[in-house]
Design a protein around this ligand. Structure first.
Ligand SMILES: [Zn+2]
Length: 134
């Protein structure tokens, strides 16, 4: 805020000597400086958010219709592709309670995806040891 303090000092001096036209001009410059500072802060925040988004994007790998974050030897996920692609939100998928072979996004209405086919719930029970003639 050093520039604002300097402008205020200049405005005070000009006010003391009674040059009202110059005083008004300095106040206009002060308002413009404040706008520039606000814009600068907003751009810094947007830049930080974009950097973070870019870093996440660089780590995402799409497998089985889900995103996985892959860093060095660590793999994290699965995450919803729809939420990341459309809204840039990294939302972890949850296994369905009824059938854990499928996972669903808790944030959006994307269709459940089959990530763990080995956990498919059998709808019929098959007994191999049953012999009707025994
Ligand atoms: Zn989603």
């Amino acid at each position: 805020m050093a520039i604002i303090d300097e402008i205020k000092s200049a405005a005070t001096l000009v006010h003391q000597i009674g040059n009202m036209d110059l005083y008004k001009k300095i106040l206009e410059i002060q308002a413009q400086a404040l706008d520039l500072m606000e814009n600068n802060l907003r751009f810094k925040k947007e830049n930080q958010a974009l950097r973070e988004e870019l870093e996440i994007s660089g780590k995402l790998v799409c497998e089985k219709d889900a995103y996985w974050s892959s860093t060095d030897d660590k793999k994290d996920g699965p995450f919803c592709t729809r939420c990341w692609d459309a809204d840039r939100k990294l939302v972890r998928l949850h296994k369905l309670t009824g059938n854990q072979a499928y996972s669903k996004c808790p944030n959006c209405a994307a269709n459940p995806i089959k990530l763990n086919p080995e956990m498919e719930r059998k709808s019929t029970f098959v007994r191999n040891d049953y012999d009707p003639l025994a």
